[in-house]
Design a protein around this ligand. Structure first.
Ligand code: 5RP
Length: 341
């Protein structure tokens, strides 16, 4: 494998353990202002420091992610259908590789819709994207999307989709957790990253993370179960502890509870200080001992220390700055976004 391709994958899946925490905030490309992602900058800034990479569209990168504190960008380059349109599978490549490089994307990502009306179009697009991205050493993450048909998420269907994505040349595949997930992992020759799916109780989302890693997933690409939590920082840190520090479910949930106690609730709407600096992310590139079972962190204990050459993490907004105000834009109601991938 070419150096560029390899090194980019290594910044998404850390070479010391082959694992990564990807934070998904690309939902707006078909859901519009999803609940708790109405103001992307406000959702992203407190939690971005705890992820290894950020899955995002070019519009949100440019408007809402601070280039002074770079995070590996997994750029969504497909789209063309919306939640109120006729068929979610009717996607094409909408962002060029040239623009991905201009943005300094670490990887590009698109959805495939196996078994759907526009299956052919999405698979051919994946082939073309791999051809083009590989010319520049950009890895491709294929997302096995199911549109509104959440019931499709069983091991038989997901194995089929993941394997097809890998056969088309995807370097990583994102899919859903399911019963008999080992079957999906075993039949896919490239790393599998697990999506969180619609919001579920925190302990269940941590169980999903733990079971996915145990079955051989390389990490998670989680969105709603982090930023729709009342405690997004606590949640992403607990997810991270499972992925990178081998916490078991009980340890991770205890960590979540401890961290949640000390944190303001996610009252994420409006009243956001656009000038508030973004924080850096801790421990980036620092090898961690994957075999070491670390006990849950104590209440009030600081997250992993930032690299010495990075500025201090951003100050948490004061409770006053977090008071909600009426949203000025329509929001996709939770019931609607529950019905989607
Ligand atoms: C939407 C996506 C999302 O990034 C993906 O579903 C992960 O987010 P979540 O954990 O909220 O499901 O690819 O098509």
């Amino acid at each position: 494998m070419d150096y560029g391709l390899k090194s980019r994958i290594a910044s998404i899946l850390k070479p010391n353990n082959g694992r990564g925490v990807m934070l998904a905030v690309d939902h707006g490309y078909f859901l519009g202002p999803t609940e708790k992602l109405e103001i992307p900058k406000k959702t992203i800034s407190p939690i971005v420091r705890y992820c290894d990479s950020l899955m995002v569209t070019r519009g949100v990168v440019r408007s809402s992610v601070d280039p002074n504190f770079p995070v590996p960008i997994v750029l969504r380059v497909s789209g063309g259908a919306s939640i109120i349109g006729e068929d979610l599978s009717n996607e094409e490549i909408t962002t060029s590789i040239k623009d991905a490089i201009r943005i300094n994307a670490t990887a590009v990502t698109m959805s495939i819709f196996v078994g759907a009306k526009y299956e052919h179009k999405s698979l051919v697009s994946l082939g073309h994207l791999v051809n083009e991205a590989e010319e520049y050493g950009l890895p491709v993450l294929a997302v096995t999307a199911v549109g509104k048909e959440l019931a499709k998420r069983d091991a038989r269907y997901l194995s089929l989709s993941c394997r097809i994505a890998a056969e088309f040349g995807a370097h990583m595949v994102k899919t859903y957790y399911c019963d008999n997930f080992q079957k999906v992992v075993n039949s896919c020759p490239v790393p599998i990253i697990v999506a969180g799916g619609p919001k579920i109780p925190e302990r269940d989302a941590l169980a999903l993370t733990y079971n996915s890693i145990k079955a051989g997933a390389a990490g998670v690409d989680m969105g709603r179960n982090i930023w729709q939590s009342q405690y997004p920082v606590a949640m992403i840190r607990a997810v991270r502890a499972i992925v990178h520090s081998n916490y078991n479910l009980d340890q991770a949930y205890k960590l979540f509870q401890q961290l949640a106690k000390g944190q303001p609730q996610n009252l994420n709407k409006g009243n956001f200080n656009q000038n508030r600096p973004f924080g850096n992310r801790p421990n980036q590139g620092k090898p961690q001992n994957q075999n070491k079972q670390r006990p849950p962190q104590k209440q009030g204990q600081k997250p992993n220390q930032p690299r010495p050459n990075q500025p201090k993490p951003a100050v948490q907004p004061s409770p006053a700055a977090q008071q909600p105000k009426p949203a000025s834009q329509p929001t996709v109601p939770a019931q609607q976004n529950q019905k989607t991938q």
